[in-house]
Design a protein around this ligand. Sequence first.
Ligand code: GLP
Length: 240
Amino acid sequence: MIIKRFDRQEELDRYAAHLINTIVREKQHPVLGLATGSTPVGIYKAVIEEASRTKLSFGHVTTYNLDEYVGLAPDHEQSYSRYMNDHLFKHLDLGKGNTHLPDGLAADPEAECRRYDEMLAQQPLDVQLLGVGHNGHIGFNEPDAQLHGRTHVVKLKEETRKANARFFDQAEQVPEFAFTMGVGSILKAKMIILVARGGDKAAIVKKALQGPITTECPASLLQTHANVIVLLDADAGRDL
Ligand code: GLP
């Protein structure tokens, strides 16, 4: 596991963006695993900026997102589909149909999970970008006695709904359920970039990277992966 600390957010953003864009430049059929939340916003800006500066096409790129809220339409303001479109997709020359998120409105959620897994099985992720929740969740894999390997529907913990309420007008609007890739799929990515910013993440970063490997802290499972790069700002990395 490589851990890098940055004094300036822009340096972290540019570093992560360069890792991603290098994969896009070098692979014939790059498959990117993407994340949402506040953590990757600056990274996506830097990806767009570098791609434009270096005239890098994303026409041959396929993307899979980690998660999506159950019940939100793709164009709903708080859906992850909308987030990805606003922050990244619409700024790049991605091919139509090459970007994938679970369908929040799927009539049969179980079938939707299987559909997502079948696509993932055919297109292994070259890289998975990850943030981390305050309780150690990755994607929406919440701490539990057992974790799922594959894509599934999860009931969000109250603490997670509270943390994400800042994006909604009212706390009650945060959906109760979400689709998420399982930890098995995340750990199958050839490379994982874990990013955390801010002092409020310092404790969970320490637990995830230096604590015991346990399903009660899903991010701690990243310790078992052979190719993880952790990018931290000074505050998030202060307890290591
Ligand atoms: C959210 C997302 C995660 C994200 C995490 C941290 O609930 N499902 O994918 O990594 O929580 O979010 P943030 O980056 O806003 O701190």
